[in-house]
Design a protein around this ligand. Sequence first.
Ligand SMILES: Cc1ncc(COP(=O)(O)O)c(C=O)c1O
Ligand SMILES: N[C@@H](CCOP(=O)(O)O)C(=O)O
Length: 463
Amino acid sequence: MQYVSTRGQAPALGFEETMLTGLARDGGLYVPDTLPQMGADEIAALAGVPYEDAAHRVIRPFVGGAFSDDALAAMIARAYAGFGHAARAPLKQLAPNHFLLELFHGPTLAFKDFAMQLIGQFFEAALERRGQRICIVGATSGDTGSAAIEAFRGLDNVDVFILYPHGRVSEVQRRQMTTPEEANVHALAIEGHFDDAQARVKDMFNDHAFRDEVGLAAVNSINWARVLAQVVYYFTAASSLGAPHRALSFTVPTGNFGDVFAGYVAKRMGLPIDRLVVATNQNDILHRCLTTGRYEVAGVVPSISPSMDIQVSSNFERALFDVYDRDGAAVAQLMDELKAQGGFALSQGALDRLRESFASGSASEEETRAAIARTREATGELLCPHTAVGVHVAEAARDPHIPMVTLATAHPAKFPDAVEEATGIRPGLPPRMANLYERPERVTRVPNDLAAIEDLIRERLRR
Ligand SMILES: Cc1ncc(COP(=O)(O)O)c(C=O)c1O
Ligand SMILES: N[C@@H](CCOP(=O)(O)O)C(=O)O
Protein backbone atom coordinates (compact mmCIF):
# COMPACT_ATOMS: atom_id res chain seq x y z
CA MET A 1 0.00 0.00 0.00
CA GLN A 2 1.20 3.49 -0.84
CA TYR A 3 0.44 6.71 1.01
CA VAL A 4 -0.17 10.04 -0.74
CA SER A 5 -0.17 13.62 0.48
CA THR A 6 -3.40 15.61 0.81
CA ARG A 7 -1.67 18.44 -1.06
CA GLY A 8 -0.60 16.28 -3.99
CA GLN A 9 2.98 17.48 -4.33
CA ALA A 10 5.00 15.11 -2.11
CA PRO A 11 6.24 11.67 -3.15
CA ALA A 12 4.04 8.65 -2.43
CA LEU A 13 5.59 6.49 0.31
CA GLY A 14 5.25 3.03 1.85
CA PHE A 15 4.06 2.53 5.44
CA GLU A 16 7.38 2.76 7.26
CA GLU A 17 8.56 5.83 5.34
CA THR A 18 5.20 7.50 5.93
CA MET A 19 5.48 6.84 9.66
CA LEU A 20 9.04 8.15 9.86
CA THR A 21 8.31 11.16 7.64
CA GLY A 22 5.38 12.64 9.59
CA LEU A 23 4.21 15.75 7.77
CA ALA A 24 4.52 15.41 3.98
CA ARG A 25 7.20 17.66 2.50
CA ASP A 26 4.52 19.72 0.70
CA GLY A 27 2.93 20.53 4.08
CA GLY A 28 0.12 17.98 3.62
CA LEU A 29 -0.92 14.89 5.56
CA TYR A 30 -0.39 11.35 4.36
CA VAL A 31 -3.38 9.08 3.69
CA PRO A 32 -3.57 5.61 2.08
CA ASP A 33 -4.05 5.73 -1.69
CA THR A 34 -6.84 3.15 -1.35
CA LEU A 35 -8.49 1.66 1.72
CA PRO A 36 -8.61 -2.09 2.33
CA GLN A 37 -12.14 -3.46 2.72
CA MET A 38 -13.39 -5.63 5.57
CA GLY A 39 -16.19 -7.93 4.41
CA ALA A 40 -19.28 -8.73 6.50
CA ASP A 41 -17.83 -12.11 7.54
CA GLU A 42 -14.56 -10.57 8.63
CA ILE A 43 -16.37 -7.96 10.72
CA ALA A 44 -18.67 -10.55 12.29
CA ALA A 45 -15.63 -12.68 13.13
CA LEU A 46 -14.20 -9.88 15.30
CA ALA A 47 -16.95 -10.31 17.91
CA GLY A 48 -15.49 -11.62 21.13
CA VAL A 49 -11.90 -11.99 19.95
CA PRO A 50 -9.14 -10.49 22.13
CA TYR A 51 -8.49 -6.82 21.31
CA GLU A 52 -4.96 -7.68 20.15
CA ASP A 53 -6.24 -10.16 17.55
CA ALA A 54 -8.75 -7.64 16.24
CA ALA A 55 -6.00 -5.01 16.04
CA HIS A 56 -3.84 -7.39 14.01
CA ARG A 57 -6.63 -8.09 11.53
CA VAL A 58 -7.49 -4.40 11.05
CA ILE A 59 -3.93 -3.04 10.93
CA ARG A 60 -2.23 -5.81 8.93
CA PRO A 61 -3.32 -4.66 5.43
CA PHE A 62 -1.98 -1.14 6.04
CA VAL A 63 1.61 -2.00 6.96
CA GLY A 64 2.55 -3.86 3.76
CA GLY A 65 6.01 -5.39 4.05
CA ALA A 66 7.16 -3.15 6.90
CA PHE A 67 6.69 -5.86 9.56
CA SER A 68 6.15 -9.60 9.32
CA ASP A 69 2.87 -11.02 10.64
CA ASP A 70 4.63 -12.39 13.73
CA ALA A 71 6.53 -9.20 14.43
CA LEU A 72 3.33 -7.15 14.13
CA ALA A 73 1.49 -9.51 16.49
CA ALA A 74 4.32 -9.30 19.05
CA MET A 75 4.38 -5.49 18.89
CA ILE A 76 0.61 -5.28 19.34
CA ALA A 77 0.82 -7.65 22.31
CA ARG A 78 3.54 -5.56 23.97
CA ALA A 79 1.67 -2.31 23.26
CA TYR A 80 -1.46 -3.31 25.15
CA ALA A 81 0.04 -5.57 27.85
CA GLY A 82 0.18 -2.68 30.33
CA PHE A 83 -3.48 -1.66 29.98
CA GLY A 84 -5.51 -1.88 33.15
CA HIS A 85 -8.50 -3.69 31.63
CA ALA A 86 -8.51 -7.12 30.01
CA ALA A 87 -10.86 -5.94 27.26
CA ARG A 88 -8.56 -2.92 26.59
CA ALA A 89 -11.53 -0.88 25.24
CA PRO A 90 -14.57 -2.07 27.23
CA LEU A 91 -18.13 -0.98 26.52
CA LYS A 92 -20.39 0.16 29.32
CA GLN A 93 -24.11 0.78 28.96
CA LEU A 94 -25.34 4.22 30.01
CA ALA A 95 -28.99 3.99 28.90
CA PRO A 96 -31.09 1.90 26.50
CA ASN A 97 -29.10 1.85 23.24
CA HIS A 98 -26.48 4.31 24.54
CA PHE A 99 -23.02 2.98 25.36
CA LEU A 100 -19.71 4.38 26.52
CA LEU A 101 -16.53 3.06 24.92
CA GLU A 102 -13.92 3.39 27.67
CA LEU A 103 -10.61 4.32 26.10
CA PHE A 104 -8.77 5.41 29.24
CA HIS A 105 -7.32 2.20 30.65
CA GLY A 106 -3.86 2.77 29.21
CA PRO A 107 -0.80 4.02 31.12
CA THR A 108 -1.60 7.76 30.85
CA LEU A 109 -5.37 7.40 31.21
CA ALA A 110 -6.47 8.76 27.81
CA PHE A 111 -7.31 7.30 24.41
CA LYS A 112 -3.97 8.49 23.06
CA ASP A 113 -2.32 5.45 24.65
CA PHE A 114 -3.97 3.14 22.12
CA ALA A 115 -1.97 4.66 19.30
CA MET A 116 1.07 5.92 21.13
CA GLN A 117 1.93 2.62 22.83
CA LEU A 118 1.74 0.91 19.46
CA ILE A 119 3.68 3.44 17.42
CA GLY A 120 6.33 3.44 20.15
CA GLN A 121 6.83 -0.23 19.24
CA PHE A 122 6.75 0.51 15.48
CA PHE A 123 9.30 3.32 15.79
CA GLU A 124 11.64 1.27 17.98
CA ALA A 125 11.67 -1.64 15.51
CA ALA A 126 12.13 0.58 12.44
CA LEU A 127 14.88 2.73 14.00
CA GLU A 128 16.80 -0.26 15.28
CA ARG A 129 16.70 -1.90 11.86
CA ARG A 130 17.86 1.31 10.16
CA GLY A 131 20.36 2.36 12.84
CA GLN A 132 18.66 5.77 12.76
CA ARG A 133 18.16 8.44 15.42
CA ILE A 134 15.14 10.79 15.51
CA CYS A 135 13.99 13.91 17.26
CA ILE A 136 10.28 13.82 18.00
CA VAL A 137 8.63 17.21 18.38
CA GLY A 138 4.97 17.13 19.36
CA ALA A 139 2.26 19.63 20.20
CA THR A 140 -0.26 18.83 22.87
CA SER A 141 -3.30 20.22 24.58
CA GLY A 142 -2.50 17.74 27.35
CA ASP A 143 -3.00 14.10 26.45
CA THR A 144 -0.90 13.47 23.33
CA GLY A 145 2.15 14.85 25.15
CA SER A 146 1.87 12.64 28.20
CA ALA A 147 1.14 9.56 26.10
CA ALA A 148 4.13 10.29 23.82
CA ILE A 149 6.47 10.80 26.75
CA GLU A 150 5.30 7.56 28.32
CA ALA A 151 5.82 5.65 25.06
CA PHE A 152 9.27 7.06 24.19
CA ARG A 153 10.91 7.88 27.55
CA GLY A 154 14.34 6.39 28.00
CA LEU A 155 14.79 5.18 24.40
CA ASP A 156 18.40 5.55 23.24
CA ASN A 157 17.75 6.66 19.68
CA VAL A 158 14.92 9.13 20.35
CA ASP A 159 14.64 12.58 21.88
CA VAL A 160 11.14 13.76 22.61
CA PHE A 161 10.23 17.45 22.84
CA ILE A 162 6.64 18.27 23.76
CA LEU A 163 5.18 21.75 23.40
CA TYR A 164 2.16 22.35 25.63
CA PRO A 165 0.29 25.65 26.13
CA HIS A 166 1.50 27.21 29.36
CA GLY A 167 -1.26 27.31 32.01
CA ARG A 168 -3.82 25.63 29.76
CA VAL A 169 -3.52 21.95 30.66
CA SER A 170 -4.76 20.26 33.83
CA GLU A 171 -2.32 19.76 36.70
CA VAL A 172 -2.32 15.99 36.22
CA GLN A 173 -1.59 16.37 32.49
CA ARG A 174 1.20 18.84 33.21
CA ARG A 175 2.80 16.65 35.86
CA GLN A 176 2.63 13.61 33.57
CA MET A 177 4.80 15.59 31.15
CA THR A 178 7.11 17.39 33.58
CA THR A 179 7.93 14.67 36.13
CA PRO A 180 9.61 11.94 34.04
CA GLU A 181 13.32 11.95 34.87
CA GLU A 182 14.74 10.50 31.64
CA ALA A 183 17.22 12.79 29.88
CA ASN A 184 15.58 12.26 26.46
CA VAL A 185 12.32 13.90 27.64
CA HIS A 186 11.92 17.67 27.20
CA ALA A 187 8.69 19.36 28.31
CA LEU A 188 8.36 22.85 26.82
CA ALA A 189 5.64 25.25 27.99
CA ILE A 190 4.86 27.62 25.12
CA GLU A 191 3.29 31.06 25.52
CA GLY A 192 0.01 30.67 23.63
CA HIS A 193 -2.58 28.01 23.04
CA PHE A 194 -2.57 24.59 21.39
CA ASP A 195 -3.04 25.99 17.88
CA ASP A 196 0.18 27.99 18.33
CA ALA A 197 2.05 24.87 19.45
CA GLN A 198 0.70 22.81 16.54
CA ALA A 199 1.51 25.60 14.05
CA ARG A 200 5.11 25.80 15.30
CA VAL A 201 5.48 22.01 14.96
CA LYS A 202 4.23 22.18 11.36
CA ASP A 203 6.54 25.17 10.74
CA MET A 204 9.47 23.02 11.89
CA PHE A 205 8.50 20.31 9.41
CA ASN A 206 8.18 22.91 6.66
CA ASP A 207 11.69 24.22 7.50
CA HIS A 208 13.35 21.44 5.52
CA ALA A 209 16.89 22.36 6.57
CA PHE A 210 16.00 22.10 10.27
CA ARG A 211 13.91 19.00 9.70
CA ASP A 212 16.78 17.16 8.05
CA GLU A 213 19.41 18.50 10.46
CA VAL A 214 17.70 17.13 13.60
CA GLY A 215 15.89 14.11 12.08
CA LEU A 216 12.45 15.46 12.93
CA ALA A 217 9.64 12.96 13.54
CA ALA A 218 5.96 13.39 14.40
CA VAL A 219 3.80 11.58 16.91
CA ASN A 220 0.82 13.86 16.63
CA SER A 221 -2.01 12.64 14.44
CA ILE A 222 -0.02 14.29 11.65
CA ASN A 223 1.43 10.78 11.63
CA TRP A 224 -0.85 8.38 9.75
CA ALA A 225 0.18 5.49 12.05
CA ARG A 226 -1.50 7.33 14.96
CA VAL A 227 -4.83 7.46 13.14
CA LEU A 228 -4.53 3.86 11.99
CA ALA A 229 -4.21 2.48 15.53
CA GLN A 230 -7.38 4.33 16.50
CA VAL A 231 -9.43 2.68 13.73
CA VAL A 232 -9.35 -0.63 15.62
CA TYR A 233 -11.66 0.22 18.51
CA TYR A 234 -14.48 1.26 16.16
CA PHE A 235 -14.41 -2.28 14.80
CA THR A 236 -14.26 -3.98 18.21
CA ALA A 237 -17.09 -1.86 19.63
CA ALA A 238 -19.29 -2.29 16.57
CA SER A 239 -18.79 -6.04 16.31
CA SER A 240 -19.62 -6.44 20.02
CA LEU A 241 -22.89 -4.60 19.41
CA GLY A 242 -23.97 -6.66 16.44
CA ALA A 243 -22.17 -5.27 13.38
CA PRO A 244 -22.26 -6.02 10.50
CA HIS A 245 -25.89 -7.12 10.98
CA ARG A 246 -26.79 -3.97 12.88
CA ALA A 247 -25.68 -0.42 12.06
CA LEU A 248 -24.67 1.89 14.87
CA SER A 249 -23.53 5.47 15.42
CA PHE A 250 -20.60 6.98 17.30
CA THR A 251 -20.31 10.32 19.05
CA VAL A 252 -16.72 11.46 19.29
CA PRO A 253 -15.46 14.29 21.52
CA THR A 254 -13.44 16.19 18.95
CA GLY A 255 -10.61 18.69 18.77
CA ASN A 256 -7.98 17.88 16.17
CA PHE A 257 -10.41 15.61 14.24
CA GLY A 258 -8.06 12.60 14.48
CA ASP A 259 -10.26 10.27 16.48
CA VAL A 260 -13.42 10.90 14.49
CA PHE A 261 -11.42 10.61 11.26
CA ALA A 262 -10.36 7.14 12.42
CA GLY A 263 -14.08 6.33 12.66
CA TYR A 264 -14.57 7.61 9.14
CA VAL A 265 -11.77 5.33 7.94
CA ALA A 266 -13.52 2.38 9.64
CA LYS A 267 -16.76 3.33 7.86
CA ARG A 268 -15.01 3.54 4.52
CA MET A 269 -13.45 0.12 5.17
CA GLY A 270 -16.96 -1.34 5.36
CA LEU A 271 -18.07 -0.93 8.98
CA PRO A 272 -21.80 -0.12 8.98
CA ILE A 273 -21.68 3.23 10.80
CA ASP A 274 -24.89 5.21 10.51
CA ARG A 275 -23.55 8.54 11.79
CA LEU A 276 -20.30 9.89 13.15
CA VAL A 277 -21.25 12.75 15.44
CA VAL A 278 -18.55 15.37 15.96
CA ALA A 279 -18.93 16.72 19.51
CA THR A 280 -17.13 19.99 20.28
CA ASN A 281 -16.89 22.18 23.34
CA GLN A 282 -17.30 25.95 23.05
CA ASN A 283 -14.36 25.93 20.60
CA ASP A 284 -16.82 24.80 18.00
CA ILE A 285 -15.25 25.54 14.62
CA LEU A 286 -16.09 22.06 13.33
CA HIS A 287 -19.71 22.24 14.43
CA ARG A 288 -20.03 25.69 12.86
CA CYS A 289 -18.42 24.47 9.67
CA LEU A 290 -20.68 21.43 9.36
CA THR A 291 -23.68 23.66 10.06
CA THR A 292 -22.85 26.65 7.83
CA GLY A 293 -20.23 25.43 5.32
CA ARG A 294 -17.75 28.07 6.45
CA TYR A 295 -14.58 27.04 8.31
CA GLU A 296 -13.69 30.16 10.26
CA VAL A 297 -11.08 30.37 13.00
CA ALA A 298 -12.20 32.24 16.12
CA GLY A 299 -10.03 32.81 19.21
CA VAL A 300 -9.46 29.76 21.38
CA VAL A 301 -11.46 30.08 24.61
CA PRO A 302 -10.18 28.04 27.58
CA SER A 303 -12.71 25.46 28.77
CA ILE A 304 -13.11 22.71 31.37
CA SER A 305 -12.34 20.21 28.56
CA PRO A 306 -8.92 21.71 27.76
CA SER A 307 -7.70 18.92 25.47
CA MET A 308 -10.34 20.03 22.97
CA ASP A 309 -9.48 23.74 23.11
CA ILE A 310 -8.53 23.69 19.46
CA GLN A 311 -9.62 25.80 16.50
CA VAL A 312 -7.37 24.59 13.70
CA SER A 313 -8.28 20.91 13.43
CA SER A 314 -5.38 19.31 11.65
CA ASN A 315 -7.11 16.16 10.40
CA PHE A 316 -10.03 17.99 8.86
CA GLU A 317 -7.64 18.34 5.93
CA ARG A 318 -7.75 14.57 5.47
CA ALA A 319 -11.56 14.65 5.22
CA LEU A 320 -11.42 17.61 2.83
CA PHE A 321 -9.08 15.64 0.58
CA ASP A 322 -11.78 13.00 0.17
CA VAL A 323 -14.73 15.32 -0.31
CA TYR A 324 -12.77 17.31 -2.90
CA ASP A 325 -12.26 14.07 -4.87
CA ARG A 326 -8.65 13.74 -3.75
CA ASP A 327 -7.69 16.95 -5.56
CA GLY A 328 -4.48 17.99 -3.75
CA ALA A 329 -4.38 21.38 -5.47
CA ALA A 330 -7.88 22.23 -4.23
CA VAL A 331 -6.93 21.25 -0.67
CA ALA A 332 -3.69 23.24 -0.85
CA GLN A 333 -5.69 26.30 -1.93
CA LEU A 334 -8.09 25.96 1.00
CA MET A 335 -5.16 25.60 3.40
CA ASP A 336 -3.50 28.69 1.92
CA GLU A 337 -6.75 30.63 2.42
CA LEU A 338 -6.93 29.40 6.00
CA LYS A 339 -3.42 30.64 6.67
CA ALA A 340 -3.86 33.99 4.91
CA GLN A 341 -7.46 34.85 5.82
CA GLY A 342 -8.28 32.68 8.84
CA GLY A 343 -11.00 30.73 7.05
CA PHE A 344 -12.54 29.37 3.87
CA ALA A 345 -15.92 28.42 2.43
CA LEU A 346 -16.65 24.84 1.42
CA SER A 347 -18.26 24.17 -1.93
CA GLN A 348 -21.87 22.95 -1.58
CA GLY A 349 -20.83 19.57 -3.01
CA ALA A 350 -18.06 19.15 -0.45
CA LEU A 351 -20.36 20.15 2.40
CA ASP A 352 -23.04 17.71 1.26
CA ARG A 353 -20.51 14.91 1.11
CA LEU A 354 -19.17 15.71 4.58
CA ARG A 355 -22.72 15.62 5.91
CA GLU A 356 -23.20 12.15 4.43
CA SER A 357 -20.76 10.88 7.08
CA PHE A 358 -20.63 13.50 9.82
CA ALA A 359 -23.23 15.13 12.04
CA SER A 360 -22.23 17.55 14.79
CA GLY A 361 -23.15 19.31 18.00
CA SER A 362 -21.49 21.33 20.72
CA ALA A 363 -21.73 21.67 24.49
CA SER A 364 -21.35 24.84 26.54
CA GLU A 365 -19.51 24.77 29.86
CA GLU A 366 -22.82 24.59 31.74
CA GLU A 367 -24.09 21.77 29.53
CA THR A 368 -20.83 19.87 30.08
CA ARG A 369 -21.08 20.16 33.86
CA ALA A 370 -24.76 19.17 33.74
CA ALA A 371 -23.92 16.06 31.68
CA ILE A 372 -21.31 15.02 34.27
CA ALA A 373 -23.79 15.54 37.13
CA ARG A 374 -26.75 13.90 35.39
CA THR A 375 -24.75 10.84 34.31
CA ARG A 376 -23.39 10.36 37.81
CA GLU A 377 -26.89 10.52 39.23
CA ALA A 378 -28.47 8.22 36.65
CA THR A 379 -25.72 5.61 36.30
CA GLY A 380 -23.08 6.10 38.99
CA GLU A 381 -20.46 6.79 36.28
CA LEU A 382 -18.04 9.69 36.62
CA LEU A 383 -17.30 11.23 33.22
CA CYS A 384 -14.28 13.31 32.29
CA PRO A 385 -15.37 16.67 30.85
CA HIS A 386 -14.40 15.68 27.28
CA THR A 387 -16.53 12.57 27.50
CA ALA A 388 -19.32 14.69 28.99
CA VAL A 389 -19.26 16.92 25.90
CA GLY A 390 -19.75 13.73 23.90
CA VAL A 391 -22.58 12.47 26.10
CA HIS A 392 -24.40 15.83 25.94
CA VAL A 393 -24.20 15.90 22.14
CA ALA A 394 -25.05 12.20 21.79
CA GLU A 395 -28.18 12.54 23.91
CA ALA A 396 -29.44 15.32 21.64
CA ALA A 397 -28.40 13.68 18.37
CA ARG A 398 -29.25 10.06 18.79
CA ASP A 399 -31.98 8.02 17.15
CA PRO A 400 -33.31 5.77 19.95
CA HIS A 401 -33.59 2.83 17.55
CA ILE A 402 -29.91 2.87 16.57
CA PRO A 403 -27.22 2.05 19.13
CA MET A 404 -25.09 5.08 19.93
CA VAL A 405 -21.56 4.68 21.26
CA THR A 406 -19.97 7.71 22.89
CA LEU A 407 -16.20 7.57 23.13
CA ALA A 408 -14.97 8.05 26.72
CA THR A 409 -11.64 9.62 25.86
CA ALA A 410 -10.04 10.24 29.24
CA HIS A 411 -10.23 9.14 32.87
CA PRO A 412 -12.06 11.60 35.14
CA ALA A 413 -9.06 11.72 37.49
CA LYS A 414 -7.11 13.71 34.88
CA PHE A 415 -9.58 16.58 35.40
CA PRO A 416 -10.52 16.33 39.10
CA ASP A 417 -11.47 20.01 39.54
CA ALA A 418 -14.12 19.98 36.82
CA VAL A 419 -15.53 16.66 37.97
CA GLU A 420 -15.65 17.75 41.61
CA GLU A 421 -17.34 21.01 40.69
CA ALA A 422 -20.06 19.12 38.85
CA THR A 423 -20.61 16.25 41.29
CA GLY A 424 -18.96 17.06 44.61
CA ILE A 425 -16.81 13.95 44.12
CA ARG A 426 -13.06 14.23 43.58
CA PRO A 427 -11.88 11.29 41.46
CA GLY A 428 -8.59 9.79 42.60
CA LEU A 429 -5.66 8.62 40.49
CA PRO A 430 -4.92 4.89 40.28
CA PRO A 431 -2.43 3.73 42.97
CA ARG A 432 0.48 3.43 40.49
CA MET A 433 0.26 7.21 39.95
CA ALA A 434 -0.39 8.12 43.56
CA ASN A 435 2.88 10.06 44.05
CA LEU A 436 2.43 12.19 40.90
CA TYR A 437 1.85 15.31 43.01
CA GLU A 438 5.06 14.82 45.01
CA ARG A 439 7.50 14.27 42.12
CA PRO A 440 9.75 17.20 41.13
CA GLU A 441 8.88 18.92 37.86
CA ARG A 442 11.23 19.82 35.00
CA VAL A 443 9.97 22.22 32.33
CA THR A 444 11.32 24.99 30.10
CA ARG A 445 9.22 28.05 29.21
CA VAL A 446 9.51 29.01 25.53
CA PRO A 447 8.14 31.95 23.53
CA ASN A 448 5.78 31.35 20.61
CA ASP A 449 8.69 31.86 18.23
CA LEU A 450 9.94 29.33 15.70
CA ALA A 451 13.61 30.37 15.70
CA ALA A 452 13.81 30.38 19.50
CA ILE A 453 12.29 26.91 19.74
CA GLU A 454 14.51 25.52 16.99
CA ASP A 455 17.60 26.97 18.72
CA LEU A 456 16.61 25.43 22.01
CA ILE A 457 16.12 22.01 20.38
CA ARG A 458 19.52 22.25 18.64
CA GLU A 459 21.17 23.19 21.90
CA ARG A 460 19.57 20.30 23.80
CA LEU A 461 20.56 17.82 21.10
CA ARG A 462 24.21 18.95 21.32
CA ARG A 463 24.39 18.09 25.03
C1 LIG B 1 -9.43 13.61 26.30
C2 LIG B 1 -9.56 14.02 24.88
N1 LIG B 1 -10.75 13.92 24.29
C3 LIG B 1 -10.93 14.26 23.00
C4 LIG B 1 -9.88 14.77 22.25
C5 LIG B 1 -10.14 15.11 20.82
O1 LIG B 1 -9.57 14.17 19.97
P1 LIG B 1 -9.11 14.59 18.51
O2 LIG B 1 -8.08 15.63 18.68
O3 LIG B 1 -8.58 13.34 17.91
O4 LIG B 1 -10.31 15.12 17.84
C6 LIG B 1 -8.63 14.91 22.83
C7 LIG B 1 -7.47 15.46 22.11
O5 LIG B 1 -7.07 14.97 21.14
C8 LIG B 1 -8.45 14.49 24.16
O6 LIG B 1 -7.25 14.53 24.72
N1 LIG C 1 -6.03 16.84 22.21
C1 LIG C 1 -4.74 16.53 21.74
C2 LIG C 1 -4.29 17.50 20.69
C3 LIG C 1 -3.28 16.88 19.76
O1 LIG C 1 -3.94 15.95 18.98
P1 LIG C 1 -3.24 14.86 18.08
O2 LIG C 1 -4.22 13.77 18.03
O3 LIG C 1 -2.98 15.50 16.79
O4 LIG C 1 -1.96 14.43 18.69
C4 LIG C 1 -3.81 16.44 22.95
O5 LIG C 1 -4.26 16.00 23.98
O6 LIG C 1 -2.66 16.79 22.86
